[in-house]
Design a protein around this ligand. Structure first.
Ligand SMILES: Nc1ncnc2c1ncn2[C@@H]1O[C@H](COP(=O)(O)OP(=O)(O)OP(=O)(O)O)[C@@H](O)[C@H]1O
Length: 253
């Protein structure tokens, strides 16, 4: 089942730089779609456009068959609730003045409240936050701490926990492991893979790190200078049919 469809999307910044050029792809329910590309190719711009943090100039973005690119912020809110994001730098994503417990409550208060949760249950703040921390394999006592009292890997687990807290359908992962050391990267990738299966999530995983993307994704797209130049199933990454640019990326890792 097609959850999200991106058709012929263009984006040019006000300085005249065309960053997305006729970008099209679709995300199937339950899959991890990896998007690989070098620094500056437009990956983060794409993530921001999907989340409507940036407007697009042309094309269509639809979620569950509904075009969403022209919706007001208010009308986009129900779709935004279905689509959460994890970014590269967890310390920038967490409010330094809030205890972890209060950061974790943020999406529930903003979007959830009345929403029936299937995997988590809300009986009290304490209990809900405990379940959220447990889902990302962190002890409940961390709820009492501030972000600077956690390691980078623990902080990223908290941002992942916050993203799944209202049980979205889609997660946009924009370089989720790039700021972490190698061991933390591996354990976060494993966690993300487990959570996708446990919570029936679908991922768009954007990174310059081919090994990380390939380890998690069923489908891969290769982005170069704002265009998708190649797309294939993860088993076909080493195929002779790959685009020359894909072969170049593969040969570098
Ligand atoms: N708000 C903006 N205004 C003008 N140009 C921008 C803006 N944001 C990004 N750019 C430029 O658009 C291009 C693509 O940037 P983007 O951050 O999307 O790439 P990226 O592939 O995510 O790179 P990286 O992996 O280094 O984060 C770059 O040349 C960048 O300098």
């Amino acid at each position: 089942m097609e959850l999200m469809k991106i058709s012929h999307v263009d984006k040019t910044y006000s300085n005249g730089l065309k960053v997305l050029d006729n970008v099209s792809f679709s995300l199937e329910k339950g899959e991890c779609l990896g998007i690989i590309g070098e620094s500056g190719c437009g990956k983060s711009t794409l993530a921001r456009c999907l989340l409507q943090l940036e407007p697009i100039d042309a094309g269509e973005i639809s979620i569950n068959g509904e075009p969403v690119q022209n919706l007001t912020k208010k009308n986009f809110k129900p779709f935004r609730k279905q689509m959460q994001a994890v970014f590269q730098n967890p310390s920038a994503s967490l409010n330094p003045k809030l205890k972890i417990r209060d950061s974790l409550m943020d999406p529930y208060l903003q979007f959830g409240g009345q929403k029936e949760l299937q995997h988590f249950s809300y009986t009290s703040k304490e209990n809900y936050v405990g379940q959220l921390l447990e889902a990302v394999e962190l002890p409940a006592c961390l709820g009492d701490r501030y972000p600077h009292e956690l390691s980078g890997g623990q902080q990223q687990r908290v941002t992942i926990s916050r993203a799944i807290s209202i049980e979205p359908e889609i997660m946009i992962l924009d370089e989720p492991t790039s700021s972490l050391d190698v061991l933390s990267q591996a354990s976060i990738l494993k966690l993300l893979d487990n959570l996708r299966q446990q919570f029936s999530l679908s991922y768009i995983f954007i990174s310059h790190d081919l090994a990380a993307v390939a380890s998690l994704s069923q489908q891969l797209l290769v982005m170069k200078d704002g265009r998708m130049v190649d797309g294939f199933g993860s088993a076909e990454i080493f195929s002779h049919d790959r685009h020359p640019y894909t072969k170049e990326l593969v040969s570098m890792f």
